[in-house]
Design a binder for this molecule. Sequence first.
Ligand code: ATP
Ligand code: MG
Length: 441
Amino acid sequence: MKNRVFIKGLSSHIGKTVAIAGWVSVRRDQGKMVFFDFRDMTGNVQGVVLTKSPALDAAKEVTVESAVQVGGVINKRPLKNVQADKQNGDIELQIESIEMLSKAQTLPFELGTELNLDTHLDNLPLTLRTQRSRDIFEMQSSILEAYRASLKRQHFTEFEAPALVGGDAEGGAAAFKVEYFKDTVAYLATSPQFYKQIMVGPFERAFTVAKIFRAEKSATTRHLSEATCLDFEMGFIESEREPMAILEKAIQDTVQAVAEQHADIFKRFNTSPPKIPGPPAGGIPILTLAEAHETLGVAPEPDMAPEHERGICEWAKKEKGSDFVFITRFPTAKRAFYTYEDPTEAPLSRGFDLLFRGLEINSGAQRIHDYDSLIGRMNERGLDPEKFAFYLQAFKYGMPPHGGSSTGLERFTARMLEIANVKEATAFPRDMTRIDTRLSE
Ligand code: ATP
Ligand code: MG
């Protein structure tokens, strides 16, 4: 828009006539005067239509959330009206003209009032405009950027994994079936796992930001039907400790970046950037599954129950000053078929989970790299190697010992801001009952 000034820069235009464009966040009528809060992508500013303003008639039409172009003079506020803690709290736009670009109808509710999750989700085109939602997705965008940058610095090459696959990659997780041309069934990928392992061949270190689709019938606060995962895989490792170290660095870099960029968002969410103990305390604490259960004083189990995930995170926070904790050495039988098991460590595997503020946000492992062992494991699990022929090529032609991990972007974002339900940390969540609109029973 020609001659438009962004709201963030208005304080350098005191005494000058400017044009801004944006949305109306608030309208307040005081006698014949009208006050507005305007917002654009750079911030907020208060405007006032004085009784003698030529914009007085136009102002009558202006409803909350209308998109407008506004002209006027930037004035310093009288000292008694200064709001020092607010952006542009010391200035005011004295409005001379208002051009309506698109008038908003009456809103179904006042924006910013607390809504139940279903109402919020039913009205996303509107509710995504709230400060809270904008904060969440600005945070998510920064997480993604920082995580990517960290992996790139650690010598990983990004590639695009397919969303349409010929079989269910995990050979277990429920996959959505898709009609694929004539007489063929395809699936939506439940994980980019096979493709990132294949990409160890060309790149040695590869990562992808991929959509995963899971048809599990689970209605929880941590499951989506469509999620975004940050997956990496690396070659020439000795154990799962190397991918854990790469992951820890990526998490550290991400936390540092968002702490620097978004102090205001953490404050608005009543939380603070997560803590990771630095040296010499030794970074993110690592417990084996057995140690975790022992620490909690509960009987050994083959997996972590959600309440134990929460319990061990409380322990890590209190005893180690860490918002993150690694759990390793799960029974091989509980992990995906391609998980490596060292003969000296059987029946435990080299898989790991990373928990963050009470929730699993990442799973990873050293993988089987030997062709014959992989075939053997498939047979043990009743999987038909014929069906994995495409993937198995990677192992026929020189696959080094390798491993990697997968972080759920929505869960990471949700725990970063201590949001209870992962759906609120997903711009357009899909679950059993909803694809944008509610599905009929
Ligand atoms: P859970 O045990 O909590 O159901 P999972 O172990 O099945 O998760 P993985 O296959 O390990 O999940 O996927 C790696 C990561 O991807 C998880 O740690 C999580 O952050 C994310 N993720 C997986 N499935 C979902 C889902 N349905 N909704 C949201 N995030 C998911
Ligand atoms: Mg997992």
